[in-house]
Design a protein around this ligand. Sequence first.
Ligand SMILES: O=C(O)c1ccc(O)c(O)c1
Ligand SMILES: [Mg+2]
Length: 631
Amino acid sequence: MKTAIATVSISGDLKEKLAAIAAAGFDGVEIFENDFLAFDASPREVGQMVRDHGLEIVLFQPFRDFEGMPEPQRTRAFDRAERKFDLMQELGTDLVLICSNVSPISLGGIDRAADDFHALGERAAGRGIRIGYEALAWGRHVSDHRDAWEIVRRADHPNVGLILDSFHTLARKIDPETIRAVPGDKIFFVQLADAPRIDMDPLYWSRHFRNMPGEGDLDVSGFMRAVAATGYDRVVSLEIFNDQFRGGSARSISVDGHRSLVYLMDQVRRLEPDIRIPVPAMPDRQAVSGIEFVEFAASSEEAQHLAAMLHTLGFARAGRHVSKKVDLWRQGDINIVINTEPEGFAHSSYVMHGTNVCDIGVKVADAQAAVERARALGADPFEQPVGPGELNIPAIRGLGGSVLHFIDRSSDLARVWDIEFRPVGDDNRPQNAGLTRIDHLAQTMAFDQMLTWLLFYTSIFATRKTPMLDVVDPAGLVRSQAVENSDGSFRITLNGAENYRTLAGHFLMENFGSAVQHLAFETGDIFSTAAALSQNGFKPLTISPNYYDDLDARFGLEDAFLNDLMSHGILYDRDEQGGEYFQLYSPFYGEGFFFEIVERRGSYAGYGAANAQFRIAAQKRHMRAKGMPKR
Ligand SMILES: O=C(O)c1ccc(O)c(O)c1
Ligand SMILES: [Mg+2]
């Protein structure tokens, strides 16, 4: 099976598109007619340019409003088709997509359409051209692949076949299982696209909101399973109309596209073991079980400030690296590493971003397999020279140039702290605050990068995404979506800033790029944690009293309980089943980085979205009070 992508899916002129598509590893392209019309080179030159990139033109599209026309439009449609056949021969492609007629003057009738296709098939055959018929979800008479198939079946011509597009089928909630009834050799081409489930007119939804398989909410995998079951093994091609992608980086959108196809094929192969699906063998999505460590890059001076903050949070210094200027701070199962080496990766990260999280250790079932899978999906491996006494821990590049290390239980990697670190005493031990583990970490990025990282995490790790939420910042919207595993031991929230005036946007600007903006620690008892923190000199973020008044109105809380929340600056939320969530925030470290402490009780599975607006407003007040730039 070959992979391809439609030129309409990415930004740039035709030449830029082809370069990005080739670099991402696709075998072919669908030439979208307008991309060709807008480009000033002859069809022959364009065909050559495609082949010079090592690509093949697997489809020319779209040809509109063909079948079921009354005269004189019918004759015109046939003449128009002949002109496009000429063009296709110059380009060097033999397959054209005809999408179902949307013209108000077109006539219905399956036999009329079938007769038109038979006649066109005859003309195409003489020129070695094949015709594929696709049902648009908004076609005037044909909007269902089953009707398109019936027309193709009745057209009964070897040069006329069916084109399937996952969007049109799934958007209209047509059961993809119906595809299994179509003979594989009559399916000439398959286009794939996903989309977020939004209730809107299908044409508008299709032309603006499609995204890569796995990035949206449609069952593209179920669709592809049914296609594969027919024996279809020609091309799977991405046809993604998306406003954001049109304006994004052609390179990174192409890489995402290729990753989404490899991921999808790998999934389908696992679900349909009897079907031969030619995708390179790779380990399955890795089971994850939490965050083993978070490493900050800092200067010696800034490391002291960060350490002072960790101290107030109840962390004690627990180890020093055997050969490097790297300290380990620990509380419960939380390992925070501060790296102040004057060279190497952490140092470059510091020079680029200032103090920031440069490395995250993810607990996986099999570290080597995790790297193998990530590589098969096009992730960049990360390696740096291994110093004396150090372990070679498998790693890849993650968000914003940071690194993800993989730690498993089955090798020496499990003992990294004993092997690479010497224990040190902390003569100034703070009061332990009862923090047990990392509940989640929150990564901030530009909004248009969210899909990239969502796909990155969900394709490598056995995780799922939660629905996207809007978080209101006084200066604009921030979108938030989590990636988590099924038992909640691994949670990353992705926050996408739409402008630079929001708290998230300000962080992005000051940090020179995407990074972890906050770390949330878990406690089993938020009130005793709050008491211990206050003994350590911790000053929580101050929340408006108005918030607590509303909390009482919403939940009808006991006075004493409400007072406890208020006096410690704890935010509260409750779900429908009575599950509860408590949140306590630290002041900022630097230009917008902060810590959060959470307690989950019962079924609560969210992240306190209802509180986010009030927390952000409080943080902005705090920023102004500290004389940080007003945003
Ligand atoms: O939006 C459209 O018109 C359009 C055109 C061609 C396609 O293959 C398609 O899926 C949609
Ligand atoms: Mg299509």
